[in-house]
Ligand binder design. Structure first.
Ligand code: AMP
Ligand code: MG
Length: 407
């Protein structure tokens, strides 16, 4: 039996980032950049107006005041996307709209709200600073500046920024190919008529949809009976097709728990089996070359929490993400928690702010590993350290936010 922290570092030690490939920017959300991205041109591309108003020379309205306003002849109008080059004449103004390029010789824009237009003239009652309301060429990035480094996850704003930079394609890490094997004689699909002793399969749907959050569609999904040959042929196929094999169930000490045996028979090298962790004690992890095999427990809560704690870091690393920023928060516990020393426990819980903006965390009901509701109602896990036995109400505890939210 190994500690949870050792298990995670063993998983990461055996995990390598995958090859890279070019992909259309439009399809790249959820992938990870495999190269540093530079600004090939200065950004913004040109001086432009940040407001609707009048482009002027600041000099020309230096003396403007409410008692002695300055009148400037309106020479023309410029909207965003207008490619004409305008030269601003002395003592003139050009009507300008947000995003339009600043005319040559203009050096400020007065907001529409601070000017009045009368008889073809714009009237100003106060001066303006030079370059006020002008988005300057290159203010965000100069040509050649580093914008994103390799390892950056492409989120919607990253995509938007890459679009601004003008990259139609980007080099990304390939997504891991994942296979799922769901074991258990007793399992049936949610719509089935159940015979005595049968239950509905929770793990297929919950794990497929955990993968979906990574933009990963499993390459192989099998539901198999607890028969050695069936488990073996599924694992054989899975190893052929996938970089990561995830099984659920059949990994404990029961007479019908075949996953470990079968893995050994297929030359998968055991890295660990059993973690001093709750939920998720009977966890198996093995490797075959660079392929990873996670034998998660069958209990639906253990399976999903184990995925979150052990599989997620591996999937992130394979995609080139450096995991340096595992976010956890501290929150005040609203009731006593007890356990025996010797196993690290992740307690399913719900955190929220109280009226004083303090984070409070409350364990959900249904904490047994087979009770899916306790996890379904949770939005975080409370870390109950291995050797602690008691966390009193009011204690400040560490929580790990789950990748979904409940409101
Ligand atoms: P196992 O790890 O195979 O011994 O399974 C542990 C417990 O989880 C047993 O009560 C199983 O019936 C249950 N279980 C295993 N797989 C699933 C599943 N896919 N969906 C729901 N319950 C499951
Ligand atoms: Mg089973």
């Amino acid at each position: 039996m190994i500690d949870f922290e050792t298990a995670v570092s063993e998983v990461l030690r055996q995990t390598y980032s995958l090859a890279t490939r070019p992909i259309r920017l439009a399809d790249s959300c959820g992938y990870v950049l495999a190269e540093d991205m530079l600004a090939r041109e200065a950004i913004p591309l040109f001086d432009s107006s940040s407001v609707d108003g009048y482009a002027i020379r600041a000099d020309d309205i230096l003396s403007a005041s409410s008692s002695s306003p300055v009148h400037l002849m309106v020479q023309g109008s410029l909207q965003a996307g207008d490619s004409r080059v305008h030269h601003l004449k002395r003592n003139h103004a050009i009507k300008i709209f947000t995003g339009a390029p600043i005319p040559l010789d203009a050096d400020a824009v007065v907001m529409k709200e601070f000017a009045v237009e009368e008889n073809g003239k714009a009237v100003f009652h106060e001066p303006v600073h030079m370059w006020e309301n002008v988005r300057k060429h290159g203010a965000e990035f100069s040509e050649g500046a580093a914008v994103f480094s390799a390892g950056t996850l492409i989120t919607p704003p990253v995509m938007g920024m890459l679009a601004v930079l003008g990259y139609p394609k980007v080099e990304v890490y390939r997504k891991p190919k994942v296979a799922l094997i769901i074991t258990g004689n007793e399992l049936r699909a949610p719509g089935s008529r159940l015979k005595r002793g049968q239950i509905r399969d929770a793990n297929s749907l919950s794990l497929i949809n955990m993968l979906r959050a990574f933009a990963i569609q499993p390459v192989f999904v099998a539901s198999v009976r607890d028969v050695k040959g069936a488990v073996s042929s599924a694992l054989k196929k899975a190893l052929k097709k996938a970089d990561v094999v995830i099984s659920t169930g059949g990994i404990s000490v029961g007479e019908y728990d075949f996953v470990r045996d079968v893995a050994a028979g297929l030359h998968v090298q055991t890295i660990f089996w059993k973690i001093s962790l709750k939920p998720g004690k009977p966890n198996y992890f093995g490797i075959k070359g660079r392929k990873l095999v996670f034998g998660l427990p069958g209990n639906p809560v253990s399976a999903l929490v184990s995925f979150e704690l052990l599989v997620r870091p591996a999937l992130l690393k394979m995609q080139g993400i450096k995991i340096e920023n595992q976010i956890s928060f501290r929150a005040r516990l609203t009731r006593d928690l007890r356990k025996k020393a010797g196993r690290m426990e992740f307690v399913r819980a719900f955190f929220a702010k109280n009226s004083g903006s303090e984070l409070l965390v409350t364990p959900t009901t249904g904490q047994d590993s087979h009770m899916m509701s306790g996890l379904a109602k949770a939005n975080c896990l409370i870390l109950f350290p291995k050797d602690a036995e008691f966390l009193p109400k009011g204690a400040i505890v560490e929580i790990r936010v789950l990748p979904w939210q409940q409101w």
